[in-house]
Write a protein that binds this ligand. Structure first.
Ligand code: GTP
Ligand code: MG
Length: 139
């Protein structure tokens, strides 16, 4: 079975959507393998978002992600990497389908970075890399 790293970003945390996101994950049949509430450091985020370094939204993204608590979750289940990205919906909340997390809760208006509630790993390689950043003790 696969594992994926899910983050409930500062917008989702501040708006009290942590329970709603976890409920959707569990309803889909994925298990929670680890869960932690923390305010990420810029160093962690630089590692996590290394692929976006240099893009126009990189600085606003790191500032936004370090602005408050996030809930980091390792989920587990058959094809949960693709499955969670489908639950999350398109990156841009305006385009995300209703019924998806971002389609139902995400905001895109007037912000330097898309406040799209959640992150989910995009491949098994990303998942392994990201889980090591957020849960260094997890095997
Ligand atoms: P994550 O699951 O958060 O990684 O989202 P993703 O894989 O759908 O998107 P991607 O990895 O390309 O981008 C990471 C995050 O940067 C997104 O979730 C957005 O918050 C932000 N972002 C990505 N592209 C843009 C963009 O074109 N403009 C703005 N303003 N923000 C962006
Ligand atoms: Mg991504």
């Amino acid at each position: 079975t696969e594992r994926s790293l899910v983050l409930i970003k500062p917008d989702g945390f501040a708006r009290g959507l942590t329970g709603a996101v976890l409920e959707r994950i569990e309803r889909k049949g994925y298990r929670l393998a680890a869960l932690s509430v923390l305010t990420p450091t810029r160093e962690m985020l630089a590692e996590h978002y290394a692929e976006h370094d240099g893009k126009p939204f990189y600085e606003p993204l790191v500032a936004f992600m370090s602005s408050g608590p996030v809930t980091a979750v390792v989920i587990e289940g058959e094809q949960c990497i693709a499955g969670f990205r489908s639950l999350a919906g398109a990156t841009d909340p305006t385009k995300a389908a209703p019924g998806s997390i971002r389609g139902d809760f995400g905001r895109d208006w007037g912000n330097p970075v898309q406040e799209n509630i959640v992150h989910g790993s995009d491949s098994p390689q990303s998942a392994a890399r990201e889980i090591a950043i957020w849960f260094p003790g997890l095997g």
